[in-house]
Design a protein around this ligand. Sequence first.
Ligand SMILES: [Ca+2]
Ligand SMILES: [Ca+2]
Ligand SMILES: [Ca+2]
Length: 485
Amino acid sequence: MPLEWENSRILWLAFKASDLITQKYKWEKNAACQIWGLQNRLSFSELIAVGVASLLFAFLSVCVGQTTIVSEGFEGIFPGSWNVGDGNPNGSPSYWDKVDAAFGGQSPRSGNWKGYCAGIGYAGATNAPRYTNYMTAYMSRTINLSGYSRVNLRFWNLVPSIETGWDYCRVLLDSTVLWSNGVAIGNWTEVSTNLNAFAGTTRTLRFEFVSDSIINYEGWYLDDIEVTAGTAPIMEQFSSLTLTNYTGYVIDADALSNSPAYHRYALRVRAVFVAENFTPAPSNITYRLQYRLLNSAGVAFPIYETNGLTNVTYTYNLLTNANVGGGQRLTLTNFAAIRPAARLNPYDTYTIECRLFRGGIDTGLVCTDGPYQFFHFTNMVSGDAALNILTRLNSVQTNRIYMVNGAPNRSNFIFRVNFETHRYDNFGGVNMVTFYPLALEYTLFASNGVPVATKTNRVVLNLGSYSYQPGTSNSPGAVCADVQY
Ligand SMILES: [Ca+2]
Ligand SMILES: [Ca+2]
Ligand SMILES: [Ca+2]
């Protein structure tokens, strides 16, 4: 349905699609259409891109903490940064290489590959390999520990058999022996060594297997070697923050159901972080994860605390205990159920924030997930008389950028309107189509802000939509319309 007006070069159009939404559009010759939202000014292209953005940034996290200096699981190119060789010129050269899962009969500690002291030049068969005589097989690399005051070395190792008393494994930092072993280790076993004494320097880390002139067995395997560094005795790092039940809806009535498929009344959030102990002694730590829901302006949105009430800072706080052994790194996973305490605005976007506190002290670590958009149904009664419908006006476009007053087919503008409605009604009853009116109201403004009289300013649509969409969990029925008036 066309809109007509008398004269203007810069015009404004106020658009009203229902009592729930009011959007104002500015339209200018040769200029992009822009939308003024309820709270924020958004450019047209930004609003359309919101759905894409939430996918792109869903896994973006802000993470700071300890640093991984070395991470070797033998899954990539080997030797890579390592120097490998046999320091004993006698016998045939035999030294470190990566070997596959089947090699030697024992699976890698992780992935598909592990390191073997005689991967190059081994004796025997791949299913029963043996190291050779006269080996000083090494894999070594430089580690730069400058800028850190705390350093941990961890590695996993396995020694199916060895000539005890004559052949041996050891780990060195330059010429300092950090660890040594001359006996069989039947299962993958982690070794943890504190390297704080070497922090701030650059060193050479060396794994060395030594055999004498006679009698050989299977020898030494390595996997998942890690050198991590930090600046404090205990350090943490966020791995991820993920909204796990995003459907585009928050449905308060789901709180009446015990089924996990109906848990859409809360934002189910998984936070994963690692805690590392850079001391030799175990540490028992209480962490607090403080969650907030931020709108697009970065302002905290009302949410319920774990006790079902709201607090003044709109935070949701969970405590978790961690017993982190000396030199150990622990991965901790925390699950939150964040429930909005007010109706989420379908025109705004929301980001979930998690802040980590250790023993009451803010670690400064923050992780975020978002932005997300939601249609939020607050109706709690299945069979209430009201029509529980949410709408959103997505865009308005015009097909021409000029008008000629009095000329046939040129004295009006035709607007293409894109909107959507979502309905969640009678969700405990029979699913059926109901028709309801949706009014689109237009107002034209001249550049001085004064409304311009038009022949038409209201279009009433008769829309029909299902009360819900049946499924494993019933979903709201939706209508997305792209109509011209
Ligand atoms: Ca591996
Ligand atoms: Ca040799
Ligand atoms: Ca030997």
